[in-house]
Write a protein that binds this ligand. Structure first.
Ligand code: CAA
Length: 257
């Protein structure tokens, strides 16, 4: 039974995962990360799930790693920390994730949002990596993903001062793609997920993989990957259906093969 998450299916093809530890502003303790990793594993295997929305509460997407839990781990405890395996599972998830962020997205919470493919935020959202205030530093990709998202200067400022940025600043910097009124953030994220869920799943998967390649390889390698992926899709029934539907002036029905 899930104790730190709520899971719903608001639209066909869309799974919505709500982080649910209100007593700790959704701090990401081992239990929560483990339930999140397990839920994503299930969603990966479930053909009916084509996109996932992850959200929190009105006050907090997530306020970071659970500091009380962290306090109990020494160096060896950190080396053996099971949470790194849960983060790796979240990173390996093969379907699009949209983060719907309201309130605090701090530390591990900001890092979790950055694991998403798309971030939509309410205008009250705050993104930050305050670990430096605790005498530590980001440990779930914060220095790497933030720098790629917002550039060196702003990422360095955020990581070394610990000061968060507003949703408007995050939009300008390219960390998020849209700002909404807070009460509409989830609805907008579900709407985007529903659009993605209606597309050909193999095309979505390969396009996403190709976009991910751009984050960690040089241009020539990325372009080669893209071309191979593009060519592969020529062998799919959904590609034939998509082109035929265009020619016949009707909506395509994609089957996922
Ligand atoms: N871990 C554990 N508990 C947390 C928490 C966290 N990260 N963040 C908030 N809480 C708890 C508080 O202790 C408090 O619990 P009690 O009511 O039992 O005292 C409850 O949530 C509500 O929090 P506040 O009373 O502090 O709420 P606030 O509105 O006054 O302040 C806040 C909100 C500014 C987010 C503040 O809670 C805060 O600074 N939280 C810590 C943020 C942080 O430092 N995150 C980074 C963690 S380290 C990390 O994430 C490492 C990594 O990269 C993997």
């Amino acid at each position: 039974m899930l104790t730190t998450l709520k899971i719903t299916t608001p639209m066909e093809g869309v799974l919505c995962i709500t982080l649910n530890r209100p007593e700790a502003l959704n701090a990401l303790n081992t239990q929560l990360l483990s339930e999140l990793a397990d839920s994503l594993n299930d969603a990966d295997r479930n053909d009916k799930v084509r996109a996932v929305v992850i959200t929190g509460s009105a006050k907090a997407f997530a306020a970071g790693a659970d500091i009380n839990e962290m306090a109990e781990r020494d160096l060896v405890g950190m080396l053996e920390d099971p949470r790194q395996h849960h983060w790796a599972t979240i990173m390996r998830f093969r379907k699009p994730i949209i983060a719907a962020v309201n309130g605090y997205a701090l530390g591990g919470g900001c890092e979790l949002a950055m694991h998403a493919d798309i971030i939509i935020a309410g205008e009250n959202a705050l993104f930050g990596q305050p670990e430096i205030n605790l005498g530590i530093m980001p440990g779930a990709g914060g220095t790497q993903r933030l720098l790629r998202a917002v550039g060196k200067s702003l990422a360095t400022q955020m990581v070394l001062t610990g000061e968060p940025i507003s949703a408007h600043r995050a939009l300008k910097a390219g960390l998020i793609s849209e700002i909404t009124q807070p009460e509409l953030t989830l609805e907008r994220a579900i709407d985007i997920a529903t659009r993605i869920a209606s597309k050909a799943p193999l095309a979505v998967r390969l396009a996403r993989e190709s976009l991910h390649k751009a984050m960690d390889t040089d241009l020539a390698t990325g372009l080669r990957f893209e071309r191979h992926a593009f060519t592969l899709l020529a062998g799919t029934a959904d590609r034939n259906e998509g082109i035929r539907a265009f020619q016949e002036k009707r909506l395509a029905t994609f089957k996922g093969h």
